[in-house]
Design a protein around this ligand. Structure first.
Ligand code: GLA
Length: 800
């Protein structure tokens, strides 16, 4: 007799496995689903059930999500507890409820919860259980996204840095070096958050397995391992997985409910989802109202009208969704990540979300609230928004004390060659690498690879900056009449949070050579920028130049939210009363740091600012408005974020001339035979809409075995045109892995015509057998979709 695969038309695979005899199976088939789920909970973890009997049931029905057996449309929005001051969790959740949401979605960040291996810390900003409890009190359901990988523009995508202590590790795979600690972490998540599932009287309706794994791999067993781990950890609510349309089939499993992520074209997105989910409720796991910002690129905003149209479309069609982000908040501390290949994320995570960084209702908020009011389920109401938290301005003050970084080295660690940050058992921050170099002719210092910036000093004098953004790790050294002290101050920004590149060591990686001769006998001085390190600094009452910590006090009469104006500072990190507000950088687009009122006190408040390049004036003030969109490329210490090259295609022969298919689907193209070269150039000859623009959502390049080549070390060597004023159409968007953003040629102050060329520098020669092209996404005929094109591969496509 064949095994029943469905109960009430629900694939049995979606219900957690029970160890049941055949006779019990027949008995259960007759029970209503809700009772079945409840019974399942009884069997799986009796102890928890005892804690609280379920008051509600949640299930995935044939066509709808079912809450207490009734159709339930999930109107969800993403809020990260880690990105909202704990004191404001209730305020933001009340804002979410007042926007008309009935559910909040929350990532967990493994690296925040287990900052050191085996040391779990659920306190303060990591107390997600409390966040869930408050959500329940505010009548919001919760969808949990525990990881182990989360992405989210968060340091290493949420993965803990200490995994990199073993360089052999294969992250996000069944490699035991990864899977064992991941299982331990998820078990701990189950212990703490399991009791908050709806099956135990809590608000948690569903739990996500991994995050957009389809972008990285196709290993269904890996997803299976995580699914089993979550079930063994006590999660008995439905488990789901999210992916964008282009990779929704990758690693798809019947026993993990699929949802699709998209920023536009819901019809197209759900068509792709129906390919793997012929029946069942449709849900968009991430619907983007805006986007995140990276340092040195324009601030992102999303059209409110497009956002509302797509929401209205989904509501009309009974499709569920989660707005990513409903409220972005702030990536406090050193937690901001970096988009690949290396575009560090700003600390502000405003995301142009309906609820602004400081929790203010925007026009997008009110319009969404109005729209949702038209689609309330029976008995649902939308409360008034809570009062806005007080906002204050603070008069300008000068920071009068300074502690030169090179004057506060502390105890060093000796080693023959420089080690990377993880090998020094250091998680974040900076390292000063020091050695002695002989007298000699002027020459080239080759630092190998520096993640991420290396400020180089000779006898205390600044002589250059190594810059990962354009892979420039060689520094000219002047002639020396006597031996000199060489110091390389390495600043680690966030570890890349997307793709294979999350395997992102920090510090100096590899050996350092002077005129080709390896430099040995190094001493390293660690600056993890934590409380203990800040406490050992010796301040002086005089100003200083170069990398230094500055300290001062600001008087506050009546605490309130404010935005610290950092426009006269260069690049670094800022603290208020010991709270790390995040990173700042004068190139923008963000020029302020959000200071939550509860982190200020009446009277004196201490401000500490690390500036790696030195302030124009060591002053700060508190503004009543954030500055999220002010760029100063002229202030960038690497003048211009790309080295100047000229295109040299005249003597090059294209390795392919072809045409793309119309539409948004990813297209994989293979060359007749593999070609080798350091550069890959795509040249657009025209576009499907007949206009003069070109755009690309994403480009992946395939090696000889058809696998996508890691983007680590990739840079854009040349691009003839990119829109960077009216929107962020940067060329780097074509190689950052995210299909929701795109490279777009200029359309604002100029509209140059085809041919358009984009040249990728792999950093070293690669064998290319083909490439994957994801057109610019979006419904209908959006501009720039390339029709006819040519491909070039070679070592001399640009001249430096
Ligand atoms: C992806 C990820 C999210 C986030 C968004 C961009 O879809 O799943 O974590 O990184 O992109 O903000």
């Amino acid at each position: 007799m064949t095994q029943p695969t469905k109960v009430d038309n629900i694939p049995l695979a979606l219900i957690p496995p029970l160890r049941l005899r055949r006779s019990q199976m027949k008995f259960y088939r007759s029970l209503p689903l809700a009772l079945l789920t409840f019974a399942a909970a009884q069997v799986l973890s009796p102890s928890i059930v005892e804690a609280r009997a379920p008051e509600h049931t949640f299930a995935i029905g044939t066509n709808d999500f079912l809450l207490d057996g009734q159709r339930f449309e999930i109107r969800c929005g993403e809020i990260h507890a880690a990105r909202v001051p704990r004191e404001y969790w209730r305020h933001r959740l009340q804002m979410a409820k007042a926007m008309g949401l009935n559910t909040v979605c929350a990532y967990l960040f493994w690296n925040q919860i287990e900052p050191r291996e085996g040391k779990f810390d659920w306190s303060d900003q990591a107390d997600v259980a409390e966040f869930c409890r408050i959500a329940q009190e505010e009548k919001l359901w919760v969808i949990l996204r525990p990881g182990p990988y989360s992405c989210a523009e968060w340091e290493m995508g949420g993965l803990p840095w200490w995994l990199l202590k073993n360089d052999e590790i294969k992250l996000r795979s069944r490699d035991p070096l990864f899977l064992e600690p991941a299982k331990k972490y998820l078990k701990e998540v189950g212990r703490v958050l399991g009791p908050l599932q709806v099956t135990h009287g809590g608000p948690i309706l569903m739990v996500q397995v991994e995050n957009e794994y389809g972008f990285l791999g196709k290993d269904v067993e890996y997803m299976g391992e995580l699914r089993k781990t979550l079930i063994d950890a006590g999660f008995n609510v439905p488990l789901f997985a999210c992916n964008p349309p282009s990779v929704i089939r990758n690693a798809f499993r019947e026993d993990i409910f699929p949802v699709v992520n998209f920023g536009s074209d819901p019809a197209g997105g759900f068509r792709a989802l129906r390919a793997v989910l012929p029946q069942g409720p449709l849900m968009c796991g991430e619907f983007y109202p805006g986007w995140f910002d990276t340092w040195g690129s324009p601030h992102h905003t999303g059209s409110t009208q497009r956002f509302l149209n797509d929401l209205d479309y989904m509501l009309k069609n009974d499709e569920s969704f989660s707005i990513y982000m409903a409220h972005g908040g702030t990536t406090f501390g050193l937690w901001s990540g970096a988009d690949r290949p290396f575009k560090p994320d700003t600390s502000s995570y405003d995301y142009d979300a309906p609820i602004s960084e400081a929790g203010w209702p925007t026009d997008k908020f009110f319009q969404t609230r109005k729209l949702f009011a038209q689609y309330l389920l029976p008995g649902e109401t939308i409360p008034e928004p809570p009062a806005k938290n007080p906002v204050i301005s603070l008069a300008e003050v000068e920071l009068t004390e300074s502690a030169p970084l090179l004057g506060n080295l502390g105890k060093g660690i000796s080693s023959k060659s420089p080690l990377n940050m993880e090998q020094y058992d250091q998680d974040h921050g900076c390292i000063v690498y020091q050695t002695t170099i002989p007298a000699g002719e002027a020459g080239t210092l080759d630092l190998g690879t520096v993640h991420d910036f290396g400020f180089v000093f000779l006898d205390g004098q600044p002589i250059g900056v190594a810059d990962r953004r354009n892979n420039s790790f060689k520094i000219k050294l002047p002639a020396r009449t006597k031996p000199g002290t060489l110091q390389v101050l390495v600043e680690a920004m966030g570890r890349v949070n997307f793709g294979e590149e999350v395997h992102d060591h920090k510090g100096i990686i590899g050996s350092v050579k002077l005129e080709g001769k390896e430099l040995l006998d190094w001493k390293a001085y660690n600056f993890p920028l934590d409380k203990k390190m800040l406490g050992r600094l010796r301040y002086q009452k005089t100003a200083t130049s170069g990398p230094a910590f500055w300290r001062g006090t600001i008087r506050v009469e009546k605490p309130g939210d404010t935005f610290l104006d950092l426009r006269s500072w260069g690049k670094g990190v800022v603290w208020v009363n010991g709270h790390c507000l995040g990173r700042y950088w004068d190139i923008g687009p963000t020029q302020t740091a959000y200071v939550p009122g509860p982190w200020l006190k009446k009277g004196k408040n201490e401000i500490v600012i690390l500036d790696l390049v030195g302030p124009e004036k060591p002053v700060v003030a508190g503004l009543e408005q954030p500055i999220l969109n002010e760029q100063h490329a002229e202030k960038d210490f690497a003048r211009g974020h790309r080295s100047v090259v000229t295109l040299a295609l005249d003597s090059a022969k294209p390795v392919l001339s072809a045409s793309f298919e119309p539409g948004t689907a990813m297209q994989e193209v293979h060359l007749d035979s593999a070609k080798r070269g350091r550069y890959f150039c795509i040249e657009s000859l025209n576009a499907f809409d007949g206009k003069q623009f070109a755009a690309i959502g994403e480009l992946d390049v395939l090696d000889n075995s058809g696998r996508s080549i890691s983007h680590d070390g990739w840079t854009v060597a040349y691009v003839d045109s990119e829109e960077r004023e009216r929107e962020d159409g940067s060329a780097e968007n074509a190689i950052d892995g995210q299909t929701a953003n795109f490279w777009h040629t200029q359309w604002g102050s100029a509209q140059p015509n085809h041919p358009h060329r984009l040249v990728i520098d792999f950093g070293k020669p690669q064998t290319v057998s083909g490439f994957r092209y994801v057109p610019r996404q979006g419904a209908g005929d959006v501009g720039g979709r390339i029709k006819d094109y040519r491909i070039y591969v070679g070592d001399n496509l640009v001249q430096r």
